[in-house]
Write a protein that binds this ligand. Structure first.
Ligand code: A3D
Length: 311
């Protein structure tokens, strides 16, 4: 069986780690695309990772390029092309610069990899997925945003730190836009099947929810000249792997809602089944009135940012 092909559009901080993780997971051959000024850097990253393959005893062909023609036949395209935040910036502050970049990326992917499953990572996430979907005209099941996977992992990591238990046993979900209005659902979180609400007092849970909402900003504050990259790379590859191996994983992701949760025409974080059909299904959870109200707030925020794209 031929190897899968994974195109990473953007070979910066996240793109480099994605390439390493995809190689170590042996997901397929990897093409890293960046702008001509960065071509040498992505060629360097591709070669460096190739030289790490003997340690892991894995096989993958890695290519660094600035030519979108090299992504032809890609099964999965993961897009991180764009500018990250610096301390003091909101994700929305990136809109105008990243909108221009996603326009170029959409053109390249539409031309050379029109059948790929496309995962967007560029911020402001929900609006950038919307932009890519509108510009490519790809079917909704093949365009998705990575945010909920990371937000959920952050929530799970904080629960694990608090309870001193394995993250493996924590199940949780986060809804809504990727930003401080996101809606973690501690009511539904479990630790080895035990409700989180039985294991932690409300004030501890509230603190974890608050830290989850601000987790990206916490990392930006620590790194000082960029945003998180290890965890976004890992989260996006979990989604890519679910698609490539038809795992039918349930992963909160920014998917196009057409009536689900009362939301229409927006990409926003909802629990999705991801398998060979891409986003195969959106799972609907019955929400409390407070959760519904919080989801409305985050949907309004996403809608306002999407409006600014002018699409
Ligand atoms: P960075 O290290 O700057 O890498 C971005 C790369 O994109 C750079 O190498 C650029 O040269 C490249 N690029 C720019 N224009 C193009 C183009 N037209 N075609 C191909 N490549 C291009 O940033 P990063 O990797 O740290 O972050 C990338 C994006 O992910 C930013 O927008 C971040 O805000 C976003 N991000 C999202 C999350 C989510 O959870 C959604 C988390 C962290 C970062």
């Amino acid at each position: 069986m031929a190897r899968s092909k994974i195109a990473l559009i953007g070979g910066g901080q996240i793109g480099g780690i994605q390439a390493l993780l995809a190689t170590y997971k042996e997901l397929g051959d990897i093409v890293i695309v960046d702008i001509p000024e960065m071509e040498s850097r992505v060629k360097g990253k591709a070669l460096d990772i190739t030289e790490a393959t003997p340690h892991a005893k894995v096989d993958a062909k890695l290519t660094g390029t600035s030519d979108y023609a090299d992504i032809a036949g890609a099964d999965v395209v993961i897009i991180t092309a764009g500018v990250p935040r610096k301390p003091g910036m909101s994700r929305e502050d990136l809109l105008s610069v990243n909108l221009g970049i996603i326009r170029k990326v959409a053109e390249g992917v539409k031309t050379y990899a029109p059948d790929a499953f496309c995962i967007l990572v560029t911020n402001p996430l929900d609006a950038m997925v919307y932009t890519f979907y509108k510009l490519t005209g790809f079917p909704k099941n093949r365009v998705v945003g990575m945010a909920g996977a990371l937000d959920t992992a952050r929530f799970a990591a904080f629960v694990a730190m608090e309870l001193n238990v394995s993250t493996k046993d924590i199940a949780a979900t986060v809804l809504g836009g990727h930003g401080p209005t996101m809606v973690p659902l501690p009511r539904l979180a479990t630790v080895g099947g035990v409700p989180l609400t039985d294991l932690l007092p409300q004030e501890k849970i509230d603190a974890i929810v608050d830290r989850t909402r601000k987790a990206g900003t916490e990392i930006v504050g620590l790194l000082k000249n960029g945003s998180a990259y290890f965890s976004p790379a890992a989260a996006s590859l979990e989604m890519a792997e679910a698609y490539l191996k038809d795992k039918k994983r349930v992963i909160p992701s920014a998917a196009l809602c057409e009536g689900e949760y009362g939301i229409n025409g927006l990409f926003i974080g909802v629990p999705c089944v991801i398998g060979a059909g891409g986003v195969e299904k959106i799972l609907e959870i019955s929400l409390t009135d407070d959760e519904k109200a919080a989801l409305q707030v985050t949907a309004d925020k996403v809608a306002a940012t999407v409006k600014e794209t002018g699409l």
